[in-house]
Design a binder for this molecule. Structure first.
Ligand SMILES: N[C@@H](CCC(=O)N[C@@H](CS)C(=O)NCC(=O)O)C(=O)O
Length: 212
């Protein structure tokens, strides 16, 4: 059995954050596909066995189930000794960007993409409102990355893996990230890290109609 089992699906950008970390660290890990689109995360069994919060990703290791991508990344940075912090100030910077990501970037990009690509709601007041909020958060990140190669300075950390969770699903967001030049350049820097791979290659994906 692998050291780490990641309960996930490729459509999940939150899961990708963890898959990317495991992959870049060369960890001994395997994905277990969660049938999210048929409601597995809403079943009593999933919530009892894996995650009472009813979400992926779940990292199974040493008989424990760990949830919340930010917590899992923090755990893995310590455990695997990579992409973490060198002092308490850096640790808090990582936490600051991870919280910003969870609140303003991944959560909003994830929902916008879900509505456009999977629920296919068409353009509604809700998608327009969400796009505005996504663009506002992306502009903040873009400005920050004008002065920093990565989220907390000149080296990649788990904060970058959190922030980029939904940004490699080309064509599914309905926002062209090339409009944010510093974000696009930062994504290229992440892509060039040894071992980088696309979410669809790291985790199983259901054949979701309309998705690329
Ligand atoms: N803050 C959580 C968010 C996780 C999350 O929203 N996961 C989605 C899939 S990408 C999910 O499982 N949602 C289940 C639901 O909303 O019912 C994390 O970073 O792990």
């Amino acid at each position: 059995m692998a050291d780490y089992i990641l309960h996930c699906m490729a459509e999940s950008g939150h899961s990708y954050k963890v898959a990317l970390m495991l992959q870049l660290c060369g960890a001994d890990w395997k994905p277990r596909w969660v049938d999210f689109f048929n409601g597995e995360t809403r079943t009593d069994e999933f919530r009892t066995t894996y995650n009472e919060l009813g979400e992926v990703p779940v990292l199974e290791t040493g008989g424990q189930m760990m949830t919340q991508s930010g917590v899992i990344l923090d755990f893995l940075a310590e455990k695997l000794g990579r992409f973490g912090w060198e002092n308490e100030t850096e640790r808090r910077e990582i936490l600051r960007w991870t919280l910003f990501d969870n609140h303003k970037i991944s959560s909003q990009l994830g929902v916008l993409r879900f509505l456009r690509t999977f629920a296919k709601t068409g353009e509604t007041d809700t998608t327009k409102w969400l796009e505005t909020r996504c663009r506002s958060a992306l502009a903040i990140l873009n400005k920050h990355l004008a002065r920093n190669a990565f989220a907390i300075g000149d080296k990649p950390t788990i904060a970058d893996f959190s922030l980029c969770g939904y940004m490699f699903y080309e064509g599914e967001l309905g926002i062209d990230l090339n409009e944010y030049g510093n974000v696009a350049a930062w994504l290229e820097r992440i892509k060039s890290l040894p071992g980088w791979d696309h979410p669809n290659n790291l985790m199983p994906r259901q054949a979701t109609p309309g998705a690329s």
